[in-house]
Design a binder for this molecule. Structure first.
Ligand SMILES: [Zn+2]
Length: 262
């Protein structure tokens, strides 16, 4: 970090990082607050001055879902305003542009960004794994090689595993007995053996747990070949598991357009 003097009596520091833009909010007449998931500095919010003016050089690079390389300026921890400002931006890949006219992929990207924000409740706490997962999911969504809802569910399963509450799939969630068990219970933590199965456990199709396992491990050959009813059942279990562990429901998840998979 390079300390630079400012007029306000304390020294601001400049630092570079690359980041995914999770959210953009208006601030005043011409500014925006950008919520970023950065590679090295975790999630942070920064103010971008003047970006809503039509002649802004970097406004277009600060749209949601883009991968950007940026320079930030801010005071050290505990001094002055905690809101750092964006001083330079280079586009690495502006994935958001590719989702604007594609509602299913746009809604999947929104659910990915909201999940990333919710899984990083504390600002400036680096989470390299979650950064890589989020960037990888947006890249895969933009590439369009796999159905959007599958990319989203793969992301949600892996993001849950970084949070420590991925559903059990290859063993019983309660007693740990290995094997592919037939019942699935969200409150119990995933697949459950006949001995541990609580009342009200679901009995998904074996192919559904197979798809969940393929999405977790990145076996796209199996995932891409899955049938629409299996994908829907898998999405339902993944969403239920996610909502169970989050304090508040995701706003964007019910909006995800899953017609692409049918
Ligand atoms: Zn068990």
């Amino acid at each position: 970090m390079t300390p630079v003097p400012t007029g306000s009596g304390y020294r601001r520091q400049l630092y570079r990082d690359d980041a995914v833009v999770l959210r953009v909010q208006k601030l005043g007449e011409s500014d925006r607050i950008i919520t970023l998931l950065t590679r090295r500095n975790g999630r942070l919010r920064a103010v971008a001055r003047g970006v809503r003016r039509t002649n802004s050089r970097f406004g277009a690079r600060l749209e949601p879902f883009g991968h950007i390389d940026l320079q930030l300026a801010g005071s050290p921890e505990g001094v002055g305003s905690s809101l750092h400002s964006v001083s330079q931006v280079e586009a690495v890949a502006l994935y958001g542009k590719q989702f604007l006219t594609d509602y299913p992929r746009y809604t999947a990207a929104s659910a990915i960004a909201e999940t990333a924000e919710r899984l990083t409740p504390v600002e400036r706490e680096p989470s390299l794994r979650l950064f890589q997962l989020t960037l990888g999911a947006l890249k895969a969504l933009a590439a369009g090689e796999h159905a959007g809802p599958l990319v989203l569910d793969a992301y949600l399963l892996r993001a849950m595993s970084t949070a420590g509450w991925a559903p059990a799939i290859a063993e019983c969630a309660v007693c740990g007995t290995p094997g592919r068990h037939a019942a699935f219970s969200v409150p119990a933590g995933g697949a459950v053996c006949p001995d541990c199965r609580p009342p009200g456990a679901a009995h998904p199709s074996p192919a559904t747990l197979g798809l969940m396992s393929a999405l977790t491990s990145g076996d796209w050959q199996v995932a891409d070949a899955s049938e629409p009813p299996i994908r829907r059942e898998c999405s339902g279990l993944v969403a239920a598991h996610l909502q169970w562990h989050m304090e508040r429901a995701l706003r964007s998840l019910p909006l995800v357009d899953r017609r692409e998979s049918s």
